[in-house]
Design a protein around this ligand. Structure first.
Ligand code: CP3
Length: 398
């Protein structure tokens, strides 16, 4: 049954901006899916699994579609291609969630930034943003700017049935880094120079990107996405102190703005072992972990009340199956220390990955976790009383 909220009204009584009216699915078919249950830290029949970059260059059918048609960004702005490419991995793998085919720079393009995605390089910006005058050119994102997402998401939701669709956006640091550097960068020198050297301009830039990101994610949720993931992929280059001062307030505002939608909010970055606690403090319901920190250790680093996602090294998939199987089993067993665990890779699928290995891995995760028994809502030994969300578990002594 689908109930439509009166335009502009939220359960909390707050008003939502024009164009963001949410359809509440009272009995949404995805609600009790293993993926959403694990995000809510509820017991699941098996550990849910999906793969970051499950759509894309590792799939021959993706390469075939892209060969015939358009540039990467043009594909991201074409409704029927978004739907088709999002569904491709679901036809091969028994994964528990779909992720929208898009890119973190799509909202920048939508507000007029001259960004392109160059094959083998990544996003490249014609006129980087490095001054107040550059920032003035970066306007707000209105729902009509990404109108092509709405029919794509509607048909995906219809097609996917009980499988949730994950919407996503780039995190504030990662988006800023592409804008300031003008393209990919190993050490983010210019970005950090701006962050350290001109805090008012830095915060003004991140505040603008935060507004754009909130609108972009609200459009996706309004159209039917069941969860959202904020990819702050390159934020791991910051120290915890700098992250707290320069990024956390903005990420927090993004997660707070989505709190009223009720969809789980996932947060991921590469090399963020030292930032995991702060990333949960920012308001994520699920924190994604790369392969550098084991999940049983990550549990100790995040706030109580946080589920974990991860964290098999994507390069393991290039090794023989027996290695993949043992490594995946280890991730599953360490993941049982978490209040909720979603199996994933520690970063995106590498283009050279054999799709058959991913198919086998998804099945193995299901079989192995079901065999281990129902995954408890809370790790054994913890009482029912929940401690404050901001209370951190003590770190294991060195
Ligand atoms: O299946 C999925 O996960 C959904 C699709 C998705 C894409 N980009 C499609 C894509 C997602 C979630 C992203 C997010 C994204 N984009 C991130 C965050 C995640 C991460 O990997 O850390 C970042 C940093 C980007 C920026 C970006 N876009 C990069 C670094 C690249 C790769 C450049 C290259 O050629 O090596 C892209 C291009 C891109 N985004 C491709 C796809 C399928 C490949 C484009 C192609 O050549 O077809």
């Amino acid at each position: 049954m689908v109930a439509r909220r009166p335009p502009g009204a939220l359960d909390s009584g707050r008003r939502v901006p024009e164009g963001y009216e949410t359809i509440i699915c009272v009995t949404a078919p995805t609600r009790e899916s293993p993926f959403l249950r694990a995000c809510r830290r509820q017991p699941v029949p098996h550990t849910p699994v999906w793969f970051m970059r499950q759509a894309g260059r590792s799939l021959p059918e993706y390469r075939a579609v892209r060969k015939k048609r358009k540039s990467m960004l043009a594909a991201c702005m074409t409704s029927d291609l978004i739907t088709e490419i999002t569904l491709q991995p679901l036809r091969r793998y028994h994964v528990d969630a779909a992720i929208l085919f898009s890119d973190i720079v799509v909202p920048l393009r939508a507000v007029g930034v001259d960004v392109d995605i160059k094959p083998g390089i990544g996003p490249v910006i014609g006129r980087p943003v490095r001054s107040k005058a550059d920032l003035a050119r970066l306007r707000a994102l209105e729902p009509p700017d990404v109108a092509y997402l709405v029919p794509a998401i509607s048909s995906l939701v219809a097609e996917l049935g009980s499988t949730p669709l994950i919407g996503f956006a780039g995190g504030p640091f990662t988006l800023a880094s592409y804008l300031v550097e003008g393209g990919p960068s190993k050490n983010q020198e210019r970005t950090k120079a701006l962050m350290y050297g001109d805090p008012p301009l830095w915060h003004a830039l991140l505040a603008r990107l935060t507004d754009i990101t909130i609108s972009f994610l609200q459009v996706q949720v309004s159209a039917g996405a069941s969860a959202v993931q904020l990819f702050d992929s390159w934020v791991g280059t910051l120290s915890p102190e700098d992250y707290r001062a320069a990024v956390l307030p903005h990420s927090k505002r993004i997660f707070e703005a989505l709190a009223g939608t009720g969809v789980p909010r996932l947060h991921f970055g590469v090399g963020t072992g030292e930032l995991l606690g702060l990333m949960s403090e920012a308001g994520a319901d699920v924190v994604g972990v790369d392969w550098r920190v084991s999940l049983d250790e990550a549990v100790r680093r995040v706030d109580i009340g946080t589920a974990l996602q991860g964290n098999l090294d994507p390069a393991v998939l290039l090794a023989p199956w027996e290695v993949v199987r043992l490594r995946a089993r280890d991730v599953l067993s360490r993941g049982r220390a978490a209040e909720g665990h979603i199996f994933n890779l520690g970063h995106g699928v590498l283009p050279e990955t054999d799709p058959d290995t991913l198919a086998r891995l998804a099945d193995f995760v299901h079989e192995e976790s079901a065999h281990l028994g129902r995954v408890p809502a809370q790790p054994a030994g913890r009482g029912p009383a929940r401690r404050r969300a901001s209370q951190r578990r003590p770190r294991r002594p060195a």
